[in-house]
Every structure is written in structure tokens, then in C-alpha cells.
Design a protein. Structure first.
Length: 251
């Protein structure tokens, strides 16, 4: 059963979609009179928190000015994947789509398996106002979720709504030595993305004739009636205009 090779890039697509949500944020810096003196675009990278903090710790004290230009930054990472039983549907359900290379079969795929992916977004800032500007540009869009569209299975034409739920926001102040030597303010935003994982696509023949037979006794030994329905033309494919030729026979 597990010898079918397939790959829809579900996790990869979801991570890229998540990152694109926060790609392009910018902040303003003001002088003492309230005038904007600098506008900065906030860079975004896929990187764990520990790696970023190690880079902060490696900054020499003599490079304090260059470190100020290094912040603010955004970083995000995937924290885990958990099965979601609340969205489970019957596995025998199938999705079907036209097969572009055949007129005698359809593409068929069983119902997806629901999982939740936990994502973490880190906001690194040198001063409080930079961090607050970034957070305030994010929070209003999550009430508590934001929907994305994911091109899940192109071969089946399946596009899913991808809810991105903001679960919690945490704040911390990372510094070395006394308070005056503060290095970075870090906001941690925890998100949940509700994904569907799809299995392989199989071929399924077209049904052009159906037959229904009923019986008159529980032993199923005596036929009572038979009904047959056939499409016309017999070479029709989904989307064609067809007639139904039916016949009924009573025994």
C-alpha cells in the first residue's frame, strides 16, 4: 500500500504561504518633533530563534552601531505537526477530476488526512517602538484567523482554504549585563495552520452503464425486476451533452 510514489509539497507550500504573509512589512522612525526621518523594510528569514540569538551574542561591543542597523528582523520556523481529529471525514470518500491524457478514465483520490502545523514568528527589535509598530501591523488581520488559498493538488484541481490562527503572543527582553546594555526585544507569535494531506492519484474507469436488479425473496433466488441505464453516445466523457437510454424488465 505504501509503495506509491507521490509528492504534493503540502508542507513546503504552507511554509512559503506563511512567510509571504509577513514579507514586506516596514516601519517608520521619528525625530523629536514627530517627523519621519527613516523608513525601514523589515527583513524576513526562515530561521530558529536559537540561531538568531547566537548571532546577536556574537556581535562585538565595538560594533554596536552596526548591530542597530541589523535590527529589526523577522524570523519564523515550524514547531511541530499534530493530527486534528475534529476535521476527520470518512476515508472512503473520493475526489474525482478529468484525466487530460485519457478519455476512458478519471483521476480519483481518497479524502485527505487533517493535520495542524504549529508555526512560530519571531519579531526582533532594538527598541520598543520598532517592535510595537510591527506587532500592530499584524494583529488586526487575525480575529483570530486569516485564510489563505493553497493550490493543494494541481492534478485534481484542488485548492484549499488554509486558516492561519494566531494562538498567543509572548514578549521578552534579551540583554547582557545591566539593563542599559540591552541587546534585543523579542516578540514571539504562535500560529496554527490547518492543513489537509492528500494521498496518491489513481485512475478510475468511467461508468457508462448501470444495472439494478431487485429480488422477490430473501434467498435472492427469484428476480423480480431489472433496470438498465446507458449513456448515449457510448463514448461520452464528463462535460459532454448526453442522453440516457433506460429499460425496465419485469419478471
Amino acid at each position: 500500500m505504501l509503495n506509491q510514489k507521490f509528492y504534493w509539497g503540502t508542507i513546503r507550500k504552507s511554509i512559503v504561504a506563511f512567510g509571504n504573509l509577513f514579507n514586506g512589512l516596514s516601519i517608520d522612525r521619528y525625530n523629536s518633533t514627530g517627523e519621519v526621518v527613516q523608513t525601514l523594510r523589515v527583513p524576513l528569514a526562515y530561521a530558529p530563534k536559537q540561531k538568531f540569538l547566537a548571532r546577536i551574542a556574537a556581535q562585538p561591543q565595538s560594533f554596536e552601531q552596526s548591530f542597530e542597523t541589523f535590527l529589526p528582523r523577522l524570523g519564523f520556523e515550524m514547531a511541530g505537526i499534530v493530527y486534528d481529529p475534529n476535521r476527520r471525514v470518512s476515508f472512503v470518500q473520493q475526489n474525482r477530476a478529468l484525466n487530460s491524457t485519457s478519455t476512458t478514465s478519471l483521476n480519483a483520490q481518497y479524502a485527505p488526512t487533517p493535520y495542524n502545523i504549529n508555526m512560530i514568528l519571531y519579531v526582533y527589535a532594538k527598541n520598543q517602538d520598532d517592535g510595537l509598530q510591527i506587532i500592530e501591523q499584524i494583529i488586526p488581520y487575525f480575529n483570530p484567523d486569516f485564510n489563505l488559498t493553497l493550490n493543494a493538488v494541481p492534478a485534481m484541481g484542488i485548492k484549499n482554504d488554509l486558516p492561519v490562527i494566531l494562538d498567543s503572543i509572548n514578549y521578552e527582553d534579551e540583554y547582557e549585563g545591566d539593563f542599559s546594555s540591552r541587546r534585543a526585544i523579542i516578540w514571539t507569535l504562535n500560529f496554527t495552520m490547518k492543513l489537509n494531506f492528500y494521498g496518491p492519484v489513481n485512475r478510475q474507469g468511467l461508468i457508462r452503464t448501470t444495472n439494478i436488479t431487485t429480488f422477490s425473496d430473501s434467498a435472492l433466488s427469484n428476480k423480480q425486476s431489472s433496470y438498465t441505464a446507458t449513456v448515449d453516445p457510448s463514448t461520452a466523457v464528463p462535460g459532454d451533452v448526453i442522453d440516457i437510454i433506460d429499460s425496465f424488465e419485469d419478471f
